[in-house]
Design a protein around this ligand. Structure first.
Ligand SMILES: O=C(O)COP(=O)(O)O
Ligand SMILES: [Mg+2]
Length: 226
């Protein structure tokens, strides 16, 4: 039988990247004379990658954004972010232990994120976590991204897994919607980047620490979905 797989979201789930994303976002917005975004704003804008963050920050400040300007600000954001990896970003408490636990139990592990693939691979490498993951798929890996369920199912295939023996772990409505549309159980962490509490999006389970992501929980969710 194919090995079971856990697919993780990255920003706000595996790694607390908020300080660096916010620094890079504000660096790019300053080039268009926009006011800096605070943490509350960040939670509203994040989830669909840098381009959408920049777009939402402009909309929130009632500022128009021409296509070329959008491209230029995205490049500033990405250049700043890429140069600073890993910056202040660190895995959440219990992440490494959870990865060890599932790896030792024979699970495949993968990442499905709306970050760009290059930055995701660089960040995971800089944090010394690359050896855990059979696949890291970003928003530009395929022709579709979360909440399109194919982003998740194709990540699973890329990792050599089976969508019928999979669990998604994420921090946002985007992740929960994606997993549900793919028919895959989803565990939501409640410490990530979301304006509304993840419970409202009705994930299969909610955890407040990675210690609660047990083998038993994953097995139960996979069995229930089968
Ligand atoms: O960077 C974003 O906007 C979202 O990234 P995530 O999918 O890893 O949460
Ligand atoms: Mg996230």
């Amino acid at each position: 039988m194919t090995r079971p797989i856990i697919v993780f979201d990255l920003d706000g789930t595996l790694v607390d990247t908020a300080p660096d994303l916010l620094d890079s976002l504000n660096h790019s917005l300053a080039a268009n004379a926009l006011a800096a975004v605070d943490e509350a704003g960040f939670k509203r804008f994040v989830g669909h990658g840098g381009r959408v963050m920049i777009e939402r920050a402009h909309a929130a400040q009632q500022r128009a954004l021409a296509a070329e300007e959008h491209d230029r600000l995205l490049q500033l954001f990405l250049d700043h972010y890429t140069l600073n990896i890993p910056g202040k970003s660190r895995p959440y408490p219990g992440v490494v232990e959870a990865l060890d636990r599932f790896k030792a139990a024979g699970y495949l592990l993968a990442i499905c994120t709306n970050k760009y693939e290059g930055n995701s691979v660089a960040l995971i490498g800089a944090l010394g976590l690359a050896r855990y993951f059979a696949a890291i798929a970003g928003q530009d890996t395929f022709a579709f991204r979360k909440p399109d369920p194919r982003h998740l199912t194709e990540t699973i295939r890329l990792a050599g897994g089976d969508p019928h023996r999979a669990v998604m772990v994420g921090d946002s409505q985007t992740d929960i919607d994606t997993a549900k549309a793919a028919g895959i159980p989803v565990v939501a962490v409640d410490f990530g980047y979301t304006e509304r509490h993840v419970r409202e999006f009705e994930p299969s389970a909610v955890i407040s620490h990675f210690d609660a992501l047990t083998l038993g929980l994953a097995e139960r969710l996979i069995d229930a979905a089968a």
